[in-house]
Design a protein around this ligand. Sequence first.
Ligand code: SF4
Length: 419
Amino acid sequence: MANYYVWTIGCQMNKAESERLGSYLEQLGFQAVPTAEQADLIVLNSCVVRQSAENRVINKLSALRSLKRLRPGLTLAVTGCLVNSHLDQLKQRFSHVDHFFQPGDCPQWLGEVGSWPVIPQQPSPGVFVPIIQGCNNFCAYCIVPYRRGRERSRPVAELVDEVRELVRHGAREVTLLGQNVDSYGHDLADKPDLADLLAELNTVGELARIRFLTNHPKDMTPKLIDAIAGLEKVCEYVSLPLQAGNNDILKVMGRGYTVEQYRQLIAEMRRKIPGVALSTDVIVGFPSETEEQFEQTVSVLAELRFDNVHVAAYSPRPGTIAAREYEDGISPAEKRRRLDRVEQLQERIAAEINNQLVGQTVEVLVEGKKQGKWQGRTRTGKLVFFSEDGNYMGQLVRIIIDRASPWSLQGSVAHNNKD
Ligand code: SF4
């Protein structure tokens, strides 16, 4: 039996696609191995959304060149966002790679096993489900639309069947994925939207929780907010990238909303969805961002008090509008300073928010064990650890929170009342 190893870097979409790729390979008779050195087939699922990610991919490909020299029979394939329309250049640069295939595509050169995408046969309790591929937005800094193409939604019926199947195999929570989930459905015949899809999935018995990532502030509707508030399986957790707290920077980024509109969305969610947890993304050091504009971002973050903030320093991605039109004039040291400032602020805010949970009882979906402790997440996406004998894998457990840090919570089982 041939062995395979999939190396994945990047976002949840890549992780979901790698999981499906693994199931596909296993249906073809391949067996997973823990290291690339043991594999007959290595697939690199790449990310180039930031320079640091691209560097890691290039380094990995260089390291695999020597392995391929030692073992010429090894098959090396690359997918993900490195694979672009300039395939000839890629093939020339990485001549040791046997196959390149587009993100989300089926590696048909290996053989056919019925339908694609393949549903993971042994899903983890929380599983990612891509619902829309690609993006039509062309934010100035973003390479995704060039690599993943225009938006393509999967039909509601197909997704409901898939989620039923995942639940039959043990999944309890699904996270619906898309570069912009708020665009879901506009390209389908009867134009369902994300709220319609959530309503359908909410009827799947045994499914306990539904999440979705990532929203776009210009596309998020009151109907969706009502769906989150009203559907009991939809978690009170929303990821809504802000990117910048200054309207001029938002404009050059091509984001299509203002800080005021963003603030209103947050207020509406907090009003309609009790206990909602909010996550955001911010880019610091975007071309022309002045100190004052950066400080406006900091004050919006301090005002809105997110549960999580993912902050990135801007790096130009060749082929994007920003790389073509704007000079990357802010030094790496200054970008680092701005990034550290946001991280320090957020560490304090997250600690304050999480400390309020000490003494409270929360529902945790247990996803595995780490260093001898069970770990899982609350409906609001908080990472919780607890120690307890017995097998809690895949169960909903009520946990009393004993301690909190900015990044996670520690607790103990409340009267052993497993769900
Ligand atoms: S919405 Fe903007 S940032 Fe998000 S994937 Fe599309 S182009 Fe990129």
